[in-house]
Each structure stands twice: as C-alpha cells, then as structure tokens.
Design a binder for this molecule. Sequence first.
Ligand SMILES: Nc1ncnc2c1ncn2[C@@H]1O[C@H](COP(=O)(O)OP(=O)(O)OP(=O)(O)O)[C@@H](O)[C@H]1O
Length: 681
Amino acid sequence: MMQQEFNIDDLSNEPRIKVVIRKRPVNKKEQAKSDVDIIEVKTGQSVIVKEMKQKVDLTKYVEEHLFNFDHAFGENCTNEEVYMTCVRPIVTAAFQRARVTCFAYGQTGSGKTHTMLGSVANRVPGMYVLASHDIFTALQRPQFSHLQIFVSFYEIYCGKLFDLLNDRQILHPREDGKQNINIIGLMEQRITNVDQLLKIIEFGMSARVTAQNSANTDSSRSHAILQIQLKEQNNVYGKISFIDLAGSERGADVIDQNKQTRKDGAEINKSLLALKECIRALDQGKNYTPFRGSKLTLVLKDSFTGNCRTVMIGNISPCQSNSEHTLNTLRYADRVKELKKPTNQDLSEQVNQLDSLAQQLMLPRQSKNIVRRPVVENNNENNIPNSNHKLEQLMKSAQNTNFAYNLPQQQNNFPAYQPQTQAQQPRANYNNFMAGDQMGNNNNNILSAHNNNALNPNLNANNMYPGSQSEMFDIEPRQLNKTPQQQQQFTGIKMGQQPQSQQQYRPQSNNQLGFQNQMDQNTINSQTNPINLNIEQIENWTARNEEDLQLISQKHEQLISLILAEEEDVIASHRSHIDDMVELTKQEMMLLHDVDKPASDVDVYVQNLDAILQHKSEIINMLRQRLQTFRSHLKKEELLSKKFYEQRAQIMDVFDLNSNTINPNNDEMQLLDDLPDLYDN
Ligand SMILES: Nc1ncnc2c1ncn2[C@@H]1O[C@H](COP(=O)(O)OP(=O)(O)OP(=O)(O)O)[C@@H](O)[C@H]1O
C-alpha cells in the first residue's frame, strides 16, 4: 500500500476529525484460557460487541451492541492499512500548514503502542515511522525541500511533563502573549532521515522503561507524545503529534487501595475527559475549546484550534474478558464525534431495548444500538457467533500472510521490514512508565494551568445526572477558597449557569442522597435466612446496592479531583508564603538597622515590628487553615475508599449462601450514613 504515491491533495473534503476503531487479534494467553472473541467488525465501519450475560436465575443471553465509526479495522488489518486509510491524509495536511494529531486510545494491552510504534525489534512499522517515511519522501519535492524536520518526545504523567530525550527533565508549558502554549526547555532534535527517527524513539522509550523499572510500577499510566515539526527557518510550517494515551481503564483506578494509584487514576480520568470535550468542541465547531481542562489538552491546544486535523484510533481487545473496557472504549469514541445512524438496517430494525447504563453514563447518540438474544445451550458451547474456532482460522490466515510492506527505495537508511507472524511479535514492553517522586513537585506554573481549568470530570458527572440529581454529588464550594469560576468546577455547575447559593449545595440527609437501599433494607432485614429470599428480591437488592456503590464511586471521584487541585493550591500557597516571609523578614532587618541608628524612635520601631509580626502570624494561620482542610479531605478520601470496598464486598457476598451477609448490616449502613460528612468542612 505504501507504494501509492504521497500526494499533497486538496483537503477540502477531508473531515477535521476521524474516529476509527481497531480490533487486535486474540493473543496466545487468551487462546489458552479459551477466552471468546466477541467482536465482529463489519463493512469497514461497524463494530458489533456480542456480550455474554447471565441473569440472576442463571439464564444466559447475548447482548449485541452496534457502533458505527468512520472506519473499523478488523484483527487482520496491518498498520499500513490503518496508516493509509486514516493517518496519511492528516500527514498530507501538515504539508498544508495544518497542526495534525493522531491519538491511540484504549485499555492497556489493546494495541495502542503496536499501532503507534509498531515493533522496533520485529521491524514492524507503526504510525510514527510510516508518517516520517512519507515526510522525507515529500521533502524531496522542490516546494518542500527548504523544510527541516524536528522531533520531540515527551510524556505526561500525573499532570507533569517529562522530556524523554533529555534525561526526563520536568518541563513546563507556558502561554505566551499570543496565547500560544510553549513547552519551555523541550528538546527538539533535528532529523534528516527515518533511521534517525527510529533511534530517537528507541532512546525515548528506554527513558520510559528506566523510570518505570526504578519506580517498580506497572505500565500505561502516562501519555507519550511524539511531535514532528516541519519548520521553515525558525517558524513552524506544519506539526504532527502522535499520542499514545495512557490505558483508558486506568481512570478507574480512582478506587484503589493505594492513594498514589488513586491520584494517578484521577489525573488520567481528567485528561481523557478533557480530551473528549476538546475534540467534541472541535467537531461541533464551537468557539470555545476547553483545552485548559488538563495538561494533555493544554499542550495540545493548537491541535484543537485553527487549521487542524485529528484522528482518534480506538484500540479494542477482542475477548469476552475485556468486554467492559471494550464497550467503554467504543462509547468514548462514539461520544467524541457525531456520526450518522447505524447503516446496518437488519440490526437496527431488530433493536428493541436501550442499554440503560450507556444511556445514563455515556449519552450515546447511536441510541438504539442494542439487541438481546437468548443463548441456546449447545454442547457446552455458547452460541456467540465468533467462536474460537473461527478466530483460530483467522489467526492461521494471518500467520500465513506475507507482510506486504514495500518502502520505496530512496529511503536507504530505513531498515528492511520483514514478514512477521503473530507468534513472532513479542509484546514491546518498553512503552511502560511510572515515575517515582513527581507528586510533590508542583510549581506555580502548574498551579496556574490548573486554576484556569475550564473543565473537570464533574462536568461529565453533570451530563450523566442532569438537573437536581447532579447537585446531590457536589462537593460544597466553600471547601476551597476559590473564585466563583473555580468553584463551578467543584460544584458541578454547568458552564454558563449562575453559581447557586451555598445553601443549595448543603448536604442532604442520607435518604435524600439517593441511597435506595434504605427501604429495601427493612424488607431484607426481616428475612433471617437468605435462602428465603426470592430471586426478584435478591435482584432488586443487588441492583439498588450497585446503584449506591456507583454513587459512592462518583462522590469519591469528585473528592479526589478536589484533592488534586487542592494539593497544587497548597503547594503554591506555601511557595508564596515563603516569598512573603522573606519580604517581611527583610522589613524586620531594616527596622533593626534603623533602630540601631542614633536618635532612632523606639516607639516607631515597636509599632512597626508588631505590625510585621502580626502580618506574619496571619499568613501562617492562613496556610495552616489550608493545610487542615486539605488534611481532612485526605482523611475523608481514605474513608470513602474504604466504604466503597465494604459496599462492594457486600454485593459480592450476596450470592454466597453460606455467608450471612445478605443483609446490609448495621455497620454498613453506618458507613453510608457517614457520607454526608464529606460536605462538612
Ligand atoms: N494489531 C495487532 N496485531 C498484532 N499484534 C498486536 C496488535 N495489536 C496489539 N498487538 C500485540 O498485543 C500486545 C499488546 O499491545 P500493545 O503493547 O500495543 O498494547 P497497548 O494498548 O499499547 O498497551 P499498554 O497500554 O500497556 O502500552 C503486544 O504484544 C502487541 O504486539
């Protein structure tokens, strides 16, 4: 496919945003576990997820979810096909002075890195290399021969930027007078051929691995950004950014045993939500792009404004065991861009029920996209159409396929890619990263970026629960001494709405908070033996408990967002406190200096010294108050997280008839009763 000439075409027909989905093949581990392939890619645009489900009475059924995208790639498609279909057009646009961006989104292990980087070890080219090959081909044309190519490679972890080409130096994005975002100190390496790009990528990747190993942590908690700039003299002519996003499921780590992990999760959540909102704003041609919602979107500001093109590649895993994450990825991608209704008439006509979760949480526009089918048991096999058998066939055919990638000969330095079989491609594990000590390293710059946030996850919570329900989960604004605009973020007021009085945000009683099981509790408490409960009662009880669990989880998410912002706030306040103290100490020294002079007025000295000391004590108290509030939120966060675990454990126990935990016990209800404490300062 790469034999096709790289044309700098007219872009008028090229959409500003393309959303595509790519399914990876089933891997050996999944095969060994007989995990079932539940994804069908149809007509190059549709993805059907055949989710196996089971009712409480153990009846099995399959829920089919249909999604449509600009393109959908099956497990047999190659990186070159993905590149040619959706990435090459935006590389072309960069030669027309556009700022273009390609994101890989998806859960850990779904193929993001395989798509972006390919496999260096196995000489499978990914988007980076395929694009740079085209770039250097284009540079051979007279009209572009004056352009020079510069590459930067950095990552964003926990809201901080690290230069992968410069010893993981911490970087700071700053906005200049023209509202451009510049990353101060970012290494820009000039390259003159594709081979040099490969070396740079290898170098940057090794910096990620080192950090990850030294922190002894798991992968996929950072966003890796490879930026290729086309420059004429010192001016940017065009820019291409490739972003291998953090594992989307990491956002769910906001409920985790480890506090650091919870904070990482909240940061990832925030950036992925902000990203979605920015792309949506671009898609809908809005005047306002909430790029300040996260560090990721801040540094990518020019990807969302002006002459820009974006491709979002949603990577999905094929198996049943990943169905939840896969659906989340598809819903996220679905939300990013308005798309036409399902084209598959057959399927859409049969649709008769809505996916209530999807409707509530993700507000999909492709609403009627679910079909439920009973499962007919058949020789121990469920009747999901894509069986392992079919997959094995596909795998075999993939293994037999020769890798038909021919790079044009003029790229002497480019390594000769060889045909690869699935089995030959080890997982590139150098895309993982975790840094150790970044959390305490905030600075004013970071603070200003956050304080200007125009979006936070709470806005999303608002979308999920419109109207008064959304207010139930708001964290009271007076917890932080913030501007009304900042308060909006934490009170979940929709942008453009008037902030409401604090009174309206007062916590409500436990029942008002919406914990549904209060009523059921009485019914269930009256049952001394769980076996006496009928299935309907258990089902009702479980459903309501799950709802409560979700509420706790949402409250927790809000609280952790608040904590993240507060942490920066506290550290920034501490910095400015030190500045004030230095200034006041200087004034004290001046007083001493003056009082030592002959004929000095000691009354003036006493009066001034007292004023300075009073001022000092006031600013110390202010800082201590902030610390106290922050500390109390940290404590509440621990409590809430504990509550989540206990509530979840109880739901898990519900079908364990040997246990006596069918009823919410008094302690459990007490934990829920404690929740409104969150609203107290
Ligand atoms: N389309 C594909 N064809 C063949 N192998 C693939 C494909 N996609 C992914 N893989 C393989 O699956 C494994 C996981 O993929 P990859 O590392 O790209 O996932 P990821 O989403 O980047 O995960 P992480 O977030 O942990 O970095 C790798 O061994 C990779 O080679």
